[in-house]
Design a protein around this ligand. Structure first.
Ligand code: HEC
Length: 236
């Protein structure tokens, strides 16, 4: 026999044995299962996730506010009919209250009564209600660029300074004035955003606070575009 043949056949035999071995080996595991991913979850994990889903559901049920836009953003009144035309009008009073609380309350106070001798009141004043020579334009101009020096408010003298608020948007100024004019028993018609836009344009390129003399020289103008019918202002 040719020795090379013998060698050859024993090699074949060896291969066959390997094949047999492979056939008897357990089926190769799925890759993920080697890490244990396909094994059933422990009971506590399932119970805990069920609890989490339940809690999340309850949390949303109690705290989502029905996912209504006006719950999350006080400036949105509602979504107009049928959901076809997008967000509806802004609630100017709600926005105004927010602007007032953030910017004006520190001096004029939540009561609108100000601080005697320092910060004038906003309740029933000729500025706020646009009485006598004061027009809606004076009120808007005064808030846009502030006021300095001696003024008389409801017969009381003040000699202080109020900073400019021209960094607020036309809508924010309209809203805060609309709020101020309807709060604390004040009853003057709203100031519209369009009116503030107009007064701001007229007033450019002003940068400093007004003095009383400057203001008095400006003719009275009213915000005629007010959407709500004017009720006579309360005289205090
Ligand atoms: C740092 C204090 C301060 C802040 C904040 C302030 N004001 Fe004034 N405000 C004054 C002072 C002081 C005067 C009087 C100015 C003077 O003495 O010349 C005044 C005057 C006024 C007047 C005219 C007089 C009157 O009382 O009717 C109005 C209206 C007014 N402020 C509205 C506002 C609004 C609206 C805001 C918020 C956007 C605001 N103020 C924020 C101090 C402040």
């Amino acid at each position: 026999m040719n020795p090379s043949n013998i060698h050859h056949s024993s090699h074949e035999l060896q291969l066959d044995r390997d094949l047999v071995k492979i056939n008897h080996a357990p089926a190769p595991l799925h890759r993920a299962d080697r890490n244990g991913f396909l094994r059933p979850l422990p009971l506590w994990v399932m119970t805990f996730s069920m609890f989490l889903f339940f809690w999340a559901g309850m949390y949303l049920a109690y705290n989502s506010g029905g996912f209504k836009a006006n719950i999350f953003d006080a400036t949105v009144v509602s979504w107009s009919g049928g959901g076809s035309s997008g967000p509806a009008a802004i609630d100017m009073n709600a926005l105004g209250k927010k602007v007032f609380t953030q910017n004006c309350v520190i001096c004029h106070q939540a009561t609108g009564l100000g601080v005697p001798g320092q910060f004038p009141p906003l309740v029933g004043t000729e500025w706020v209600l646009s009485e006598d020579w004061h027009g809606d334009n004076h009120l808007v101009k005064q808030v846009l660029y502030g006021m300095q020096g001696p003024i008389t408010v409801k017969g009381q003298p003040y000699n202080n300074a109020m900073a400019a608020w021209n960094q607020l948007s036309d809508q924010q100024i309209a809203a805060v004035l609309t709020y101020v004019r309807s709060e604390w028993g004040n009853n003057a018609p709203p100031i519209t955003t369009e009116f503030v836009t107009k007064v701001r344009a007229d007033t450019k390129p002003r940068t400093e606070a007004w003095t009383l003399a400057e203001m008095k020289a400006i003719p009275k103008e009213m915000c005629s575009g007010a959407p709500v019918a004017a009720t006579p202002p309360v005289k205090k």
